[in-house]
Design a protein around this ligand. Structure first.
Ligand code: SF4
Length: 245
């Protein structure tokens, strides 16, 4: 079945050529480079996941979170050292991790045990298209389900794309049809800030149609052309992109 995720959709809408190289594993494996923010984000997500899965309530402290961070860094030390390059950079990110753990522990999230906290993809059949959604956590309240996506970078005005949470809400709506979805939020750990995306009636139908429309567009595209955009500077494929030669 044709598979889509937020990352694939975002790439296709931003630059069809980037999407085509991203899904071609032979090109991706050759040109993809991990960066400090990418590694940092993935370690932080793993720590926040372990916080509930592997720590008893009495162990849920900042010190334990820092210990988990170190453990995850050391588990792949050679690779991580190569990406972070020098001690000063590692120290800077470790300080950021400390600040983000403090904020997390002061936030209401630390006290609520999520209904679901997973790093695995939820795969949903939308009718010929399989949507993959990697949702950080669902919480429940008397009003229904809250969907939360952790962001480990600094908050930038207008940066979060509401589509990411809209896709996660659609996946949650299909997986847990018995629970109404009443809130969708990004949580910026560095700024201790929630950014909410409004829920609206009929949104699941609209989101499903949007995803199916994008899938159709991708499948009928004959030539995936490059399109310059502000994120070109972060693109893995800039060295082979015709627009940057
Ligand atoms: S460098 Fe820019 S234009 Fe070229 S493939 Fe990447 S995102 Fe597209």
């Amino acid at each position: 079945m044709f598979q889509l995720s937020f990352t694939k959709i975002e790439k296709f809408l931003r630059c069809p050529q980037e999407y085509a190289w991203y899904i071609d594993k032979s090109v991706y494996n050759k040109y993809h480079q991990d960066t400090p923010p990418l590694i940092f984000g993935s370690i932080m997500h793993a720590v926040l996941n372990d916080y509930y899965k592997n720590l008893e309530k009495s162990e849920r402290t900042k010190e334990k979170m820092i210990a988990l961070f170190k453990q995850k860094y050391k588990a792949n030390k050679a690779k991580h050292d190569a990406v972070f390059k020098d001690r000063k950079t590692v120290t800077g990110y470790a300080q950021t991790a400390g600040r983000e753990f403090t904020n997390f522990l002061e936030s209401p999230l630390s006290e609520i045990v999520p209904y679901v906290a997973t790093e695995e993809n939820i795969k949903t059949d939308l009718g010929g298209v399989e949507l993959w959604a990697k949702i950080d956590r669902f919480d429940t309240s008397a009003k229904g389900l809250k969907i939360i996506d952790y962001k480990t970078g600094k908050y930038i005005e207008d940066e979060p794309d509401p589509l990411q949470l809209d896709l996660y809400a659609l996946a949650a709506f299909i997986k847990f049809p018995e629970i109404p979805i009443h809130q969708k939020s990004y949580y910026y750990l560095y700024d201790n800030r929630f950014v909410e995306v409004a829920c609206s009636s009929g949104e699941f139908k609209k989101t499903r149609e949007k995803v199916l429309g994008i899938a159709e567009n991708i499948q009928k595209t004959k030539e995936f052309k490059p399109k310059k955009n502000p994120k070109c500077i972060w693109c893995d494929f800039r060295t082979i992109c015709p627009l940057w030669q």
